[in-house]
Write a protein that binds this ligand. Structure first.
Ligand SMILES: O=C(O)/C=C/C(=O)CC(=O)CC(=O)O
Ligand SMILES: [Ca+2]
Ligand SMILES: [Mg+2]
Length: 401
């Protein structure tokens, strides 16, 4: 294990084996800067650019307010910077006062380009099929042949900490009446999001084995979902206003390189997918999530249970020649495991709102009330026996207008 000069960092979820990136302002600087979290501190990459990178595009990228300069540089530069950061943070000669994470405000770590949301959990897709389409087979015939997804609304991706206003929209009442008003079935979806760095040209593809060349890192996601709006509007084109009002993501992006020790086997696939979706080296990540509502942990999904891997999702997204841009973002879809205690959405936890969950404060919930606060956290194994804590996604629900 490498030891850092930052007090407390080695034993924390943010040792030199993690090093997530974020955009921050602090009492010292009111303009956003790119930073790296280490222990309970933030290293300012702009201030230390000369120490961290040779003159050229990498050094210039460290002077940008967020990841947009670093993302297009690609895997070699990302790895070069990571090695340099680890050397810097373990060299006692470089020790200096760093700003405390409690004193910073976090901003968008990257500029979301396009946003795709997948549906990669077999458990979740089966549960939702049963709830939304009780009269047909839970999985559609395509589900095991391709990772089903839809294009979301990139402009409404918001970092953790931004509260979400309850959306209003159309819904059909149980009596068949069409009414307009605030959603009465506001839900969450606990997901993993992947930040694309290295671009492709229009007409090119990113192969299933090129995942680590294109994807910079990942973060937790809460894909807020208004189930009543969704249920009425979604056929035949898929999710629209029921999901486009806001999607929250963790403000620190964990680089893929930090997750080497968390790699694990992905579920076996039957039938075997087409060659463009078949990995030479198929793996997933063992990442343990916790979903907390008003302080009560209500579910513990694990990312390793996902049927489609992020490499397969990337290959599918580009197989038609659609180009990638730095800042493209794709989410896994709700992370649900086989047990009720491992599902990533309240619609599953409460079985369509019929079985309320009990909170520690004595109240019960099916869907979200105004003022509720949802937090998604996660841990994974890091290098050298360390534990990584992924950045939480926390937000409260504001009343509709
Ligand atoms: O099966 C349906 O009709 C609906 C599915 C979802 O709402 C899930 C979704 O948005 C994708 C996901 O997060 O898994
Ligand atoms: Ca979703
Ligand atoms: Mg959404």
């Amino acid at each position: 294990m490498q030891t850092s000069w930052v007090p407390g960092a080695d034993q924390s979820g943010h040792s030199v084996h993690h090093l997530p990136y974020g955009s921050f302002t602090s009492p010292r600087n009111s303009e956003p800067r790119l930073g790296v979290r280490i222990g309970d501190r933030v290293l300012d990459l702009c201030d230390n650019a000369e120490d961290l990178a040779p003159e050229g595009p990498l050094r210039a990228a460290l002077r940008r307010p967020n990841l947009q300069g670093l993302l297009p540089l690609g895997r070699e530069s990302w790895d070069e910077l990571r090695t340099s950061l680890q050397r810097f943070l373990t060299d006692p000669a470089k020790a200096h006062d760093l700003v405390d994470v409690s004193q910073v405000s976090l901003h968008a770590a990257f500029e979301p380009a396009d946003y795709v949301d997948y549906y990669a959990s077999e458990h979740h897709a089966t549960n939702l099929g049963r709830l939304f389409r009780p009269d047909s087979a839970p999985l559609m015939p395509n589900w095991k042949h391709l990772p089903v997804g839809y294009h979301g609304r990139a402009g409404t991706l918001v970092p953790s900490g931004v509260n979400i206003k309850r959306p209003s929209g159309q819904r059909r009442t149980p009596d068949g009446e069409i009414v307009f008003g605030p959603s009465a079935r506001l839900d969450i979806e606990a997901e993993m999001g992947f930040v694309v760095g290295a671009p492709t040209a229009l007409g090119d593809t990113a192969s299933v084995d090129s995942f680590a060349d294109h994807v910079f890192g990942l973060c937790l996601v809460n894909d807020w979902s208004a189930r009543d709006i969704q249920a009425w509007e979604y056929q035949p084109l898929g999710p629209y206003l029921g999901k486009s009002f806001a999607t929250s993501y963790g403000a620190w992006i964990t680089p893929l390189a930090a997750l080497e020790a968390a790699k694990t086997e992905a579920p076996e696939q039957d039938p075997r997918p087409l060659p463009y979706l078949t990995e030479k080296d198929r793996y997933s990540y063992d990442i343990e999530l916790a979903v907390t509502l008003n302080g009560t942990t209500v579910s513990r999904p694990n990312y390793r249970d996902m049927y489609w891997t992020p490499a397969q999702m990337l290959a599918h997204m580009t197989v038609n020649g659609a180009s990638l841009r730095p800042g493209d973002f794709y989410a896994s879809g709700t992370i649900s495991g086989p047990e009720r205690s491992q599902v990533g959405a309240f619609i599953e936890l409460t079985w369509g709102g019929k079985e309320p969950m009990k909170l520690d404060d004595g109240t019960e919930r099916t869907f979200l009330k105004d003022g509720d606060i949802v937090s998604i956290t996660a841990t994974a194994r890091g290098a050298a026996g360390t534990t990584l804590e992924l950045a939480e996604v926390t937000a409260g629900v504001l009343p509709a207008d």
